[in-house]
Design a protein around this ligand. Structure first.
Ligand SMILES: *Cc1c(COP(=O)(O)O)cnc(C)c1O
Length: 354
């Protein structure tokens, strides 16, 4: 055993890191595996401030996001992606025997972040229709300090019913923070729970610039919550989490012009999604697809391995979820540009099914 291995914390030694799309797959020239936007937009950079440390929370950025999300400025914390917000919640609220509760199949980083902090994860699987199992959650509250609900959920694309989210907030009232991960909320804007932060002291809403805004490369996300939760997380976050270039770019993306552009790109993505959904409907080897409120589509096929391989051979990367709980035979396609959709469907319609 190397010295590093000997000295590594025990919970880290056995940890398998998150198999992000970028880490686990390389090559290919059409990336439909990380739910990114196909649009790369242009931004201005003012380098005259780069000799100075950035503001702890750049004020224009926070104002812009608060206005966009319709919350007040003291209800927003910007972080290095929503991923950092997930970790901050765990580090701020969980210790020793505390646990997080998740409802798989869902986003993989909740459990991995908890593991790096030596916090146990309690799993209450979704029901077969991908709704929450409220009875099981009610039975599972012991030791739970933090609950993650992903809506729209990655990788299923399904939204959680508002009544169900309210029920979870009530079950954990006075007991645990409920984090609603809204990474894909722009694709289902009416479903946001951001407006509830005034009514539920245990609600934290997670957001990101990585998906609809097309800014996965800058690493910028937000937590929306009442100011007491924000203040607690502010004690844990790094002193200068948002660099000036990130703040400048994200602020431009949230300007009136930036928001218009995001909305128009969102419509283009939705149009491509519809084309993919219709095509999947017509393919004999696809036996189910899940209606999606997001920028990706999950479907089931017995020919998952052969199809995946055929796509890779044509430089197209999608994501295989078939080894996960409740996701037998499931593949997920992120919606890309018009030409990417055509390349994808060209392979998929010519694929024979075995
Ligand atoms: C992509 C994604 C994130 C991560 O967002 P970043 O802001 O890029 O860190 C968080 N949650 C879900 C559900 C996601 O799909």
């Amino acid at each position: 055993m190397s010295l590093a291995d000997q000295l590594t914390r025990e919970n880290i030694r056995g940890l398998v890191p998150y198999a992000s799309a970028r880490r686990s797959m390389s090559g290919g020239d059409i990336w439909l595996n990380a739910n990114e936007s196909p649009f790369a937009n242009e931004y201005q950079l003012d380098s005259s401030v780069l000799n100075r440390y950035p503001d702890f929370q750049p004020s224009k950025l926070i104002e812009s996001y608060a206005s966009y999300a319709k919350v007040s400025k003291d209800q927003v914390l910007a972080s290095r992606g929503a991923d950092e917000a997930i970790e901050l919640l765990i580090r701020t609220f969980c210790e020793n025997d505390d646990q997080i509760l998740i409802c798989p199949p869902t986003y993989g980083m909740y459990a991995i972040s908890a593991e790096t902090c030596n916090i146990a994860t309690k799993k209450v699987p979704l029901k077969p229709d991908f709704s929450l199992d409220l009875e099981a959650i009610t039975q599972a509250t012991d030791k739970v300090k933090l609950v993650f609900i992903c809506s729209p959920n990655n990788p299923t694309g399904t939204s959680v019913d508002h009544e169900q989210i309210k029920a979870v907030l009530d079950i954990f009232k006075d007991k645990a923070i409920v984090a609603v991960d809204e990474a894909y909320i722009e694709f289902s804007a009416d479903n946001t729970t951001a407006g509830w932060v005034n009514d539920y002291p245990n609600l934290a809403v997670l957001r990101t610039m990585s998906k609809a805004f097309g800014l996965a490369g800058i690493r910028c996300g937000y937590t929306l919550a009442n100011k007491d939760i924000i203040n607690a997380m502010s004690k844990v976050i790094a002193p200068y989490p948002i660099s000036w270039p990130v703040a400048q770019i994200a602020t431009q993306a949230l300007s009136a012009e930036g928001l218009d552009r995001m909305q128009s790109q969102l419509q283009q993505i939705n149009a491509q999604k519809q084309i993919i959904v219709d095509a999947l409907d017509s393919l004999d080897y696809v036996y189910e697809q899940v209606p999606s409120d997001s920028n990706f589509v999950m479907f089931r096929t017995k020919a998952k391995q052969a199809l995946f391989k055929a796509l890779v051979e044509n430089g197209i990367l999608i994501r295989d979820y078939s080894s996960q709980i409740m996701l037998d035979d499931s593949l997920r396609i992120s919606v890309g540009s018009e030409s990417e959709t055509q390349a994808l469907l060209n392979v998929m319609t010519n694929f024979s099914g075995n």
